[in-house]
Write a protein that binds this ligand. Structure first.
Ligand code: TRP
Length: 450
């Protein structure tokens, strides 16, 4: 359940709907689901198993397998830095909306008469405020990890995750009953292969779906290695590796169903990019009217904040536990508080350009036009686009070609079943490495405009 808490977060609620919108709806959903089965499940099982087998957090786990794998672990730490940097900026935006709806509940002045787009742009342009919320979100993450109470998070997830599902269902009901909403459902579920017709279209969707999959399932950076190291030998790894992606994907699809119908009903552009969630749902809640709209809006963003925090602590925990475990191995005082604050502060510095950029509305210099990105997307590209596929590539090669039988032995400990062993081995040996190589090569070519 704690791993589900790590997986379910802004990736599902914010990332999935906006990439679904940009990737042509159905085409993206189809490619995403195929990737979850053939790559997500395998990498999830690989990471959990390596973690449990070695009983160590990411870098140390790789070193335990072989000294030469150390760099793979480090790549994960760098990804964690990049992701947490933009994650906390977005987490701050979510908190700003939570607060905005709370104020609206009492004021009821329709957000000062601003449309959802105007309200969002106005907030983004105000980088001081954006940075303030970024600090608040980052501080909450640091405090929880510092206290070392991350373990207590599991109980919390058991209540917050079902509550989030209930809230999503309420939003879906409102969203699909808006006039013109069925078009959004058709966009998601009606087969349409035109977005995959040419090779470059297909690769574009594949890359975006792959990045989204790593991000949403918390894979490719060693996070699930760290979680796996806490699993007891009695637990079924196979079951966990199926359960986490199923829960995560269900919530992502629910979020898509909450956002997409409203995008069409309210006349937004599905390919609008990273701001899609904020502007669309604002419109949905306001259409509920009176007190009830802001009330649901507040609760929704409160639950999304909780989901985001249970994810961000897993990111910081991975980075901090590397240093803390290293000190323990060296026989030094772990000094959890000190190192968590230091790393958290470093991530704040790394994230500052993103918050000052305000998704392009702020004061950072624009990135080269040929990239067509805001700063957040650059960080996202480094982690999701390059380092995480690379991490998954190496990990699956290790599982398929180095660990081989010993991998299955770990999964089968204490009489657990491993019915999918041949499937996993074929994916780990061939399918995942080939898919990842494809993604990485076209990614680099695209980056250099080849
Ligand atoms: N999966 C989380 C989400 O969807 C984000 C996250 C948490 C993550 N831990 C991670 C992403 C580790 C990549 C790696 O919001």
């Amino acid at each position: 359940m704690a791993a589900v808490g790590s997986a379910v977060g802004l990736g599902n609620i914010w990332g999935f709907p906006f990439r679904l919108g940009a990737g042509g709806g159905f085409a993206f959903l189809l490619v995403y689901l195929i990737l979850v089965v053939f790559v997500g499940y395998v990498v999830m099982l690989g990471e959990l198993t390596i973690g449990r087998k070695t009983g160590k957090s990411t870098v140390h786990a790789y070193v335990e397998l072989s000294k030469k794998y150390k760099a793979i672990g480090f790549m994960g730490i760098v990804s964690g830095f990049c992701i947490l940097a933009f994650y906390s900026v977005l987490g701050g935006y979510v908190m700003k909306y939570m607060f905005g709806f709370l104020m609206e509940m009492f004021r009821g002045d329709n957000f000062g008469g601003m449309s959802s787009g105007e309200y969002f742009d106005n907030f983004l342009g105000n980088v001081g405020q954006g940075t303030l919320w970024f600090v608040v979100f980052q501080a909450i993450t640091i405090l929880i990890v510092m206290g070392g109470v991350a373990g207590g998070i599991e109980k919390f997830c058991k209540i917050a995750m079902p509550a989030l599902v209930v809230m999503l269902v309420i939003v879906i009901i409102r969203s699909v009953t808006l006039p013109g909403a069925t078009e959004g459902l058709a966009f998601m579920f009606k087969p349409d292969f035109s977005k995959l017709a040419t090779f470059s279209d297909f690769m574009g969707v594949l890359r975006s779906a792959a990045g989204q999959m790593f991000f949403s399932l918390s894979l490719g950076m060693g996070c699930m290695i760290t979680y796996g190291s806490y699993l007891s030998k009695k637990e079924s790894l196979q079951f966990n590796a199926m359960f986490i992606p199923i829960a995560d994907t269900t919530i992502a699809i629910l979020a898509g169903m909450a956002v997409m119908p409203a995008v069409f009903a309210l006349g937004f552009e599905p390919g609008r990019g990273p701001g899609l969630l904020f502007v669309t749902l604002h419109g949905v809640f306001m259409s509920m009217g009176g007190f009830i709209g802001p009330f649901f809006g507040f609760f929704f963003y409160l639950l999304v904040t909780i989901a985001a925090v249970t994810s961000s602590i897993s990111l910081l925990e991975v980075c901090a536990s590397y240093v803390i475990d290293k000190r323990i191995i060296e026989g030094k005082e772990p000094n959890r508080r000190k190192y968590t604050i230091m790393i958290g502060a470093a991530i704040f510095v790394v994230g500052l350009p993103i918050s000052l950029d305000g998704l392009g509305a702020g004061i950072m210099p624009a990135l080269p036009e040929s990239l067509g990105w805001v700063w957040l997307e650059l960080y996202d590209f480094i982690a999701e686009g390059v380092l995480m596929p690379l991490g998954a590539l190496f990990m699956s090669l290790i599982v398929g070609w180095v660990m081989k039988k010993s991998f299955g032995e770990e999964v089968r400990l204490e009489g657990n079943k491993f019915g999918t062993e041949s499937f996993v081995m074929i994916c780990a040996k061939y399918i995942t490495p080939i898919a990842m190589t494809f993604i990485l090569v076209t990614q680099v070519m695209d980056f250099f405009g080849m």
